[in-house]
Design a binder for this molecule. Sequence first.
Ligand code: PLP
Length: 461
Amino acid sequence: MPNSAAKMHSSTPATKTLRDQVLNYARERMELDPAPLDGPQTLKYLKAHASGTISEKGLGGTKALKVFEEVLAPACISTDHPGYLSFIPTAPTEAATLFDLVVSATSVYGGSWLEGSGAVFAENEVLAWLAKEVGLPKTSGGVFVQGGSLGNLSALVTARHSAIQERKSAGKKIPKRWCIIASTESHSSLKAAARVMDIDVIPAQVDEEGRLRGKAVLKAAKKAGKGLFAVVATAGTTNFGIVDRLDEVGLAAKELGVWYHIDGAYGLAGILDPKVKQLFKGSKYADSFIVDPHKWLFTPFDCCALVYRNPKLASDAHTQHGEYLDTLTDGGEFNPSDYAYNLTRRARGLPLWFSIATYGVAAYRNAIAENNAVAQKIAAVIRKRPELTLVREPELSIVVFEKQGWKLSDYEAWSQRILMEGLGFVTPSSHQGKPNARFAIVNPRTDVKLLTQIIDSMDNK
Ligand SMILES: *Cc1c(COP(=O)(O)O)cnc(C)c1O
């Protein structure tokens, strides 16, 4: 018999029952096709129905699970529902979701080679494949971090660290202020990273199609001065899915002698669709890139792949030293923690590894191509409707359109109504101050029929 303190950690008849209950719950949730869309509840409702779960004695697993199943889970929108089209949803494959359970059940530590070599090896196989698709050399490498925001921050910290080292070894002065160039359409996480790093973001104008071009980078560089250390291109903007001219921006960064980072959190996965692969031409110039498998590589939250052309520069910038850590850092082995702003880490790349190992890369190419095809088809439906206007021609899998005469309040009322009906989740977006509707299609179960239904629902006010 386990001692009383170890009861929670031991395989007793009571934990066997709980294990069955929880795994059955997970199984049933996975078998729903689709799971209900669900929606947010008020704080008042949740207080009334789910308070008092934290107590000295505990509720027991059966009761706690019941609270989750009946009150808490239905108060969370299912991001894998085919009608979830806001922000960037996620639609994990069956294999990826299943393996997320395994990552927990096996208590893998993903931060060091010593502790997690098997997991780290598998994660690195996936990173090497991504690097190859993007066109980076075999010597590149990196780490799966929590999300794109942390990926961008970690890449920029590496870039600045390298700039400092370079200037020092060349006997040059260290500038008082550092800055990066990013387009006006780039993601808010870059500004957030800049705040953390206490650097400036010099905005570069996009062209008429919303794309950052080489010339605009060179123009912005004149304002940037000596503190410029990186240029960031976006491979698939979050608003429209527009891919910057990665080739021109990369060459401009080279001309300026600064780091080239590609933020491909949402869109870089599009490189797997042969039909649009040419949009990503020039990705091979990147010194670092990110792509979020939790966005468009069908992986559960939370997962961002961060890859460096020269990983040594990243470990120089990020490795944490400490008495209890030196045994890890002195060995010369590959420790994922050293490549980003993180130490303890879940082996969050494993679900993606298992999923790709299960289905093969070709299935991923297919699924992404299918999302892009659905975007094109629904764009064609929108074009045919006189009361609707596409705000831009979709390039990847994001479709943005306006309805004639609609104010923000019309979009809001419609959005709330279709969420309540369980049809879809489409929050209003806006462009240049004008409200619009936006579909982000990353779920292979999102089809033209459902999207047409959602568009039709705009008419029954
Ligand atoms: C979503 C997104 C991010 C931020 O990624 P998180 O995983 O949400 O932190 C950064 N850049 C782009 C282009 C994005 O679409």
